[in-house]
Design a protein around this ligand. Structure first.
Ligand code: O7M
Length: 260
């Protein structure tokens, strides 16, 4: 089955591009925090997805939702629904362990139908993320790397000053991660919409070879247009859509503000 998929399906990156083109949208919905108004979580997630899907190019699920839903139960139903609506789905699992564990984590999410996983480059390549990239290649799925996160303390890790082990030259951690994204052939990188200047810097390093995904829009204070102008290809929006009075109108508004 995996071999068939490899032969037949576009790469994750092309699936995203095709979806963005078809939907004329650069908005990825972060379906994690849902309104606390009771009711079945799976049904609620699917309802928001159906309402907003005409304005989206992709869907991202976080642990928030996968934990209570169950991976091969409610989460898989939402993934299948997204696929039936033509949307690729990203699992925001921020893989961050030793290689063997990382591989099993990725395999499980890919088996549940996810098109890509998010991983943390802090764990490095050998016996870190190499097995994740291997399994992604075999199953024709994507790997997206965290390069600079959207929260206030992101500078403590992603922004720290380090020394190049080969040259001793001082560098900033996130610029090294952006370079790793190129050499590891990542399918995307995450840079917070809350830091447009970092998006610009990372965009200059990537030279358009790896797309930038930016979360942190709306609820975290990031501006969707500023992130797009700085070089983000995809804008990830969660609570500003899922908790809006009308998720449909909110999704349309975000879509229209960064139309391709
Ligand atoms: O729009 P929000 O703030 O409600 O949701 C943002 C989503 O993006 C939420 O699922 C976060 O876990 C996720 N996220 C960030 O907010 N900041 C990051 O730096 C990275 C992520 C992430 O990996 O998602 C791509």
């Amino acid at each position: 089955m995996i071999v068939e998929e490899r032969g037949m399906r576009l790469s994750f990156r092309l699936r995203m591009e095709e979806s963005a083109e078809k939907k004329d949208s650069r908005i990825v919905l972060a379906l994690d925090q849902l309104p606390e108004d009771g009711g079945d979580l799976t049904k609620k997630g699917i309802r928001i997805l159906e309402e907003t899907s005409p304005f989206l190019c992709g869907l991202k699920l976080n642990h928030h939702l996968v934990l209570p839903l169950g991976l091969f139960d409610g989460a898989k139903k939402i993934v299948d629904k997204a696929h039936s609506l033509g949307l690729p789905v990203i699992m925001d699992c921020k893989i961050n362990d030793v290689g063997y564990t990382n591989r099993v984590i990725a395999e499980n999410y890919y088996r549940a139908g996810f098109d890509a996983v998010i991983a943390n480059p802090f764990v490095g390549w050998e016996d870190g993320l190499e097995p994740v990239f291997e399994v992604a290649e075999i199953m024709n799925r994507g790997v997206i790397l965290l390069v600079f996160m959207s929260h206030k303390a992101a500078w403590e890790g992603y922004g720290q000053k380090i020394h190049d082990p080969n040259t001793g030259e001082p560098k900033l951690q996130y610029t090294v991660f952006a370079q790793k994204a190129l050499s590891w052939k990542a399918d995307g990188v995450i840079v917070g919409a809350t830091f447009p200047e970092k998006i610009r810097e990372v965009h200059a390093i990537l030279g358009g070879k790896v797309p930038i995904y930016s979360p942190g829009v709306g609820a975290q204070g990031g501006d969707v247009k500023a992130a797009a102008e700085a070089g983000s290809q995809y804008l990830i929006v969660g609570r500003a859509i899922t908790l809006a009075d009308s998720p449909k109108q909110a999704a349309r508004m975000f879509r229209d503000s960064v139309k391709k």
